[in-house]
Every structure is written in C-alpha cells, then in structure tokens.
Design a protein around this ligand. Structure first.
Ligand code: ADP
Ligand code: ZN
Length: 529
C-alpha cells in the first residue's frame, strides 16, 4: 500500500516536471492527484488560478486510458487542446463547432486509444451516439470542470450538467473529479448530490487571495472615478473593466481611449472575429485594458492582470469573486475595485422582479443580490466577509478599504424615517413611477416640474430634508434598499415599503448606516492643489 502510494507520487512528480516543466506542486495538488490516480472520486474547490487543470491532467496521463473532460467552455477548447499538444500531450475535443469529418477523425482516434485527454461539451452527452462512443474506448477518469453549473442554487446553472449524474451508473469503476472555483457550502452539497458524488473526498483550498486589495466605493461619476484609479494607481497596467451592458462597454472603452488609456471592448454583440482579435491582443500585448461584459474572462489565463474594475454591481458574491479573481494570478499586488450606486440596486431589483423563472428562482436571485449588497455595505473587513460567505474564516486583512480606512457608522434613524414617510405618502399614487430622485427632490424642497405637476410641494414632508445634501440622501435611500427597509415595486419600479419598514417608522428599529467616504474626485482635486 505505502509502496504503491509512493510510486504514484513519484510518477506524478515526474510527469509534472517532464511534461509541464514545473518543479513543485502547488498547495493541494499533490493530494488530489494521488487520490484520483488511486481511483478515488474527488470534489475540488480551488480559487481561479489555483491550478485545477493539473489535478485531472496529470492523473489522465498517469492512468491507463483517456481522461474525459466535461467543460462548458466550448470557445476555449481549441486553445486548451493546442496548448496541451504543444507540450506533447495527446489531446482532442468534441463539440458543436466541428464539422462531421473532424468529429469522425477525433472519434476514431479516441476508440484507437490515441488520446490522453478528450474534452467534451456537456450537450454531447444528450446524443446517445456519444455514450456508445465512450463505451468503445478506455476511460481513465471523468473530470467535470465548472461543476457549479450543475447547481440550480448557484449563479451559472446549465441544464445539460444534470445528465452527468448518469456517468457513475454507466461507468461505476471510473473515478470522477468535479472542480469549481466558486461554491458556498450549500452549492457544494448540491453538487455532490446531483453528481452522485456521495463518496467523493472534498478538497477545499483557501479562497483567500492575499495579493488582491478589495475596494468598494459609492458611485458618483463612475467614468471619472475609474479614470482617476487608472491614472493614479495603474498607469500602463493591464486590467479588466466590467460593465453590465454592451452599450456601456462601448461608451466606456471610448472614454478611456479619449483620455489616453489604450482600451478595447469585448461583448457578445461583437462579431466573432473582433472578439477573438481583442481577446488575443489582451493576452499578448502589455498594458492593455479590456472593457467587457461578463461574457469575457471565463478560462482566461493572463497572469499579470493588475486590476479588475466593476462599473456596475455584480449580481452575486460568486460572480464578484470569480471576476475579481482574474486579477493578480502571478501573486503580485493587484486591485479589485467596484463602484456602486443607488441606481444599481434599483436596476437589479427590477431585473429580478421582471425576469423569467418562477417565484423560487426570483427569491434565489434576490438572496444572491442581498449578499452582494451586504458585502458592499459592510463596515468590517471585506476579505473576512468574502471568506465567511464561502464558509471559511480569517482575520482582518489590513489590505482592503475597510481595514485601511475603517468607515464610521452613524445613526440614520431620523433620515430613514423621513424617506419612509415620503414613500408612504407617494404610495397612494402607485400607478406613477416615483423613483429615488423624486423622493430626494421632495425632501430637499425642490419645486421642479414633476413636483408641481403632482402637487407634491403641499405634502407635509416637502422640504424637511435640507439638513443633508442630494448625494447624501441618495446614499441613505441606497442603504435602505440594501438593508431591506425599502423595496422596488415590479411594475413601475417605484420605491415601496417592506414589512420591516414599519418598525423604523414607529421608532422601534434603530437604523445604523455606513458613513460615505469623501468622493474620490473631491479628494483628487484637493490633492492637486
Ligand atoms: P484554474 O483552472 O484553477 O483557474 P489553471 O489550472 O489554469 O488554474 O492554472 C493557473 C496557472 O497556474 C496556469 O498557468 C498553470 O500552468 C499554472 N500552474 C498550475 N500548477 C502549477 C505548478 N504546480 N507550478 C507552477 N505553475 C502552475
Ligand atoms: Zn480587510
């Protein structure tokens, strides 16, 4: 037994050196590889860039037969296979981008035992012919990449993944290794259940990325805030800027270019060729900034991404973690920066309410958003909060915005009551869309056209909020939304009370809020003097 184990280790290490040219395993890799080579099932949680691929590639090389890799990242298969072939690994793939001839050739090679690794798109398994094909070859293992796609609770569910539960019944002796970079405790349990991995050993690497500095600030003028960050801290650095819409991708890329920063756009609306060119430029050239929707980045392995900036609020902590995780894979200091504002919260809440899917689906999405908002509004260490979300613990890191300049909190009960009282009064006219801007105008006593049209200057609350400025009121509304003390109504996007609001209005619930830091732009102006 011991002799066998040490022979496995030696062979794995030898493969690491000879094929991949690396001297040593990274944290976790050796244990996982040993376990899978010996025929055990594994569920691997490792952050992006941690080195998951070797965990199935080496066992595929060491074990007899072909390792079947199920991956949803069809666009990357060709590159992955090319990279492996360059190392002398016999690899192939089967997906919908191939024509019949290419597929036939690959299939014949598989049956003849000419592959160490075969990449397979999950939808291939829908075709009975694929199952028959797999039966004709020798399989060394199944690797299920991006395993969180099987979870309906997670943020990236793919129905085709549900078919993977059948692998075990069909090939009971073939070890399976499921891998993901994002999974909470709940998602992990779901993955294990749905993939029939009840006897799998779980390998959970630390999710901490100590070289990434997490920063989240209120959005005032997102473009300018971003420009300030790039000019002052990331001149000439490669980085990714995420936006929610294609339109804002285009606009922001243009804005950066006009301001002397070399930026290229990436989103699903661009033709395939432009996308491919922009992606490969980003990978190959130094110091390029890509402005993208979240369509960009899955499987992108560029070590020196120095910053990831979000101009819009991600929909979940999982998404945020995965996207920011593309920064600093080389271990050098990097920045994860996010600007978010009231409108983000309103938009996402509206999208969820108006979106497809059943009530349970909306409820899940809403909980995802709540966790993201809690991360934004926390006065504790961001890293600790992130790690806790993934079921891990840590101490205050000293390398996030809340550690570096701890935010103050203030008792916002009275301002909260003013906002909620205004909402109560507008509630009677719910058919109209009265958003946050209108509520703030009423509080500030602004006699603009809309206020006059609806006679809102005669409301008792008109002008009772001159003690705070416009941006401060918007901050109060945003934090009320984040704390669940206000909600967004689905039909017109109006602000409405929640069950919890009543206690605030009656003075039974104290509302504490994070004091907004001075605007980044204001700070910059001061520094320039
Ligand atoms: P993941 O799939 O977890 O995001 P990858 O498997 O793509 O990460 O690995 C990230 C990078 O780290 C790759 O460039 C890979 O070659 C490199 N890498 C992985 N394991 C090692 C190792 N033991 N030594 C050195 N580099 C490694
Ligand atoms: Zn911290």
């Amino acid at each position: 037994e011991a002799a066998h184990a040490s022979a496995v280790v030696t062979e794995a290490q030898e493969t690491l050196r000879r094929v991949f040219g690396y001297d040593a395993f990274r944290a976790g890799q050796q244990e996982i590889i040993e376990h899978v080579v010996s025929g055990g099932d594994a569920l691997v949680l490792m952050p992006t860039g941690g080195g998951k691929s070797l965990c199935y590639q080496i066992p595929s090389l060491v074990r007899k037969g072909t390792g079947i890799v199920i991956s949803p990242l069809i666009a990357l298969m060709q590159d992955q296979v090319d990279a492996l072939r360059a190392l002398g690994v016999r690899a192939g793939f089967l997906n919908s981008t191939q024509d019949l001839d290419e597929r036939r050739v690959t299939e014949a090679q598989f049956v003849a035992g000419e592959f160490d690794l075969l990449y397979l798109a999950p939808e291939r398994l829908r075709v009975p012919a694929t199952i028959e094909l797999l039966d004709r070859g020798t399989i060394s293992l199944f690797a299920i990449d991006e395993a969180h796609c099987v979870s309906q609770w997670g943020h990236d569910f793919r129905p085709d993944y549900l078919m993977l539960s059948g692998l075990h019944e069909r090939w009971p002796d073939v070890p399976r290794i499921a891998l993901t970079a994002t999974a909470t405790e709940a998602t992990r349990t779901e993955i294990a259940t749905r993939l029939n991995l009840d006897r799998a050993r779980h390998f959970v690497a630390s999710f901490d990325r100590p070289n990434i500095q997490y920063r989240i600030e209120p959005k005032t003028d997102a473009k300018r805030q971003l420009l300030h960050l790039l000019q002052n801290e990331h001149k000439g650095d490669a980085g990714i800027v995420y936006c929610l819409s294609r339109n804002s991708v285009e606009k922001n890329a243009e804005f950066l270019c006009q301001n002397g920063i070399e930026a290229i756009p990436y989103h699903a609306g661009l033709d395939a060729r432009t996308r491919a060119v922009n992606q490969s430029r980003f990978l190959r050239e130094d110091g390029l900034v890509v402005v993208a929707t979240i369509a960009f980045g899955m499987g992108i392995d560029k070590p020196d991404v120095r910053f990831v900036a979000h101009l819009d609020l991600p929909k979940s902590v999982e998404g945020y973690y995965q996207e920011t995780g593309r920064a600093g894979r080389d271990g050098l200091p990097s920045t994860a920066w996010l600007a978010y504002g009231l409108q983000d919260v309103v938009n996402l809440r509206k999208m969820i309410e108006a979106g497809e899917g059943d009530a349970a689906h909306r409820r899940r999405q809403s909980l995802h958003l709540d966790s993201m908002l809690a991360l934004c509004e926390t006065v504790e260490c961001r890293r600790v909060q992130l790690l806790n979300y993934f079921g891990q613990s840590g101490a205050p890191c000293g390398n996030c915005d809340t550690c570096l300049s701890p935010p103050e909190t203030w008792d916002a009960t009275v301002p909260a009551q003013k906002v909620l009282s205004t909402v109560v009064r507008l509630d009677r006219e719910r058919r109209q869309k009265f958003g946050a801007g209108h509520i703030v105008d009423i509080l500030l006593g602004k006699k603009n056209a809309k206020v006059i049209q609806f006679d809102h200057d005669s409301l008792k609350v008109f002008g009772i909020g001159t003690d705070l400025r416009d941006v401060e009121w918007r901050g109060v509304v945003r934090q009320l939304l984040a704390q669940g003390l206000l909600a967004v109504e689905s039909n017109y996007g109006a602000l409405v009370l929640t069950d919890a609001s009543a206690d605030v209005l009656r003075g039974r619930h104290k509302v504490m809020m994070r004091r907004e830091p001075e605007r980044a732009t204001a700070k910059a102006a001061k520094a320039a003097k």
